[in-house]
Ligand binder design. Structure first.
Ligand SMILES: Cc1cc2nc3c(=O)[nH]c(=O)nc-3n(C[C@H](O)[C@H](O)[C@H](O)COP(=O)(O)O)c2cc1C
Length: 198
């Protein structure tokens, strides 16, 4: 299978990088082809310009490449920290520019954009790994875990990806080496389970 791994964390060597590397290694050892994108390292420009909004707009080559790749991926893995209940801006911009009409979804010909779209992604499953510094019970009680709704419903269900899994790791700031090792084992296990050798 072709699997896209998208990472958004500004510090090389971060735990998010370790998660993305562990997932990619597990997927490769299960025989999958991994397209790995470290958005900060690529200096991905997250600002969607007006000129790209139209469905048939011409795209810069690096955006066209991202679109081509995500449209054909059999699986998608997203890795990012929780920043204000949202992904870092660089990843929000990747969503804006790459999960675009004609690539990730489309509206019926007769629809002027207010109807229910048809998802176009071919991916059979999506896996999201997040990190945070908020205990799970407080995250749920105080904030309602907005990242779950965002990735599960607003994005992957919208784009017709049928299977969704997500794991939020935390609390990172007080975690021990041993805990982080166990979390990386979990990353490998979830990656292999969702995307088994074919
Ligand atoms: C701009 C910014 C916003 C953040 N917002 C939250 C938040 O809303 N909830 C939370 O639990 N942690 C928040 N954090 C903490 C990060 O989630 C935490 O640093 C990260 O998950 C831990 O991984 P790291 O040490 O590799 O960055 C925020 C951090 C930054 C820099």
């Amino acid at each position: 299978m072709k699997i896209s791994v998208i990472l958004a964390h500004p510090r090389p060597g971060s735990f998010n990088h370790a998660i993305a590397d562990a997932a990619a290694a597990a997927l490769r050892s299960a025989g999958h082809r991994v397209a790995f994108h470290d958005l900060y390292q690529e200096r991905f420009d997250p600002v969607l310009p007006f000129s790209e909004i139209a469905r048939d707009a011409p795209l810069p080559p690096h955006i066209a490449l991202h679109c081509h790749e995500i449209a054909r991926a059999d699986g998608i893995v997203i890795v990012h920290p929780d920043w204000w209940g949202m992904p870092p801006a660089i990843l929000k911009g990747w969503i804006d520019r790459v999960l675009r009409p004609g690539v990730a979804y489309r509206f019926a010909e007769t629809d002027s954009g207010e109807g229910i779209p048809e998802g176009l992604l071919m991916a059979k499953a999506a896996l999201v790994f997040n990190t945070s510094n908020t205990p799970a019970a407080r995250e749920q009680e105080a904030f309602g875990d907005p990242l779950e709704r965002l990735w599960k419903d607003c994005i992957f269900s919208f784009c017709s990806v049928p299977v969704f899994r997500r794991r939020m790791f935390g609390v990172i700031v007080t975690s021990t080496e041993e805990q982080r090792r166990a979390w990386l084992d979990e990353v490998r296990e979830m990656s292999r389970e969702l995307f088994p050798r074919t």
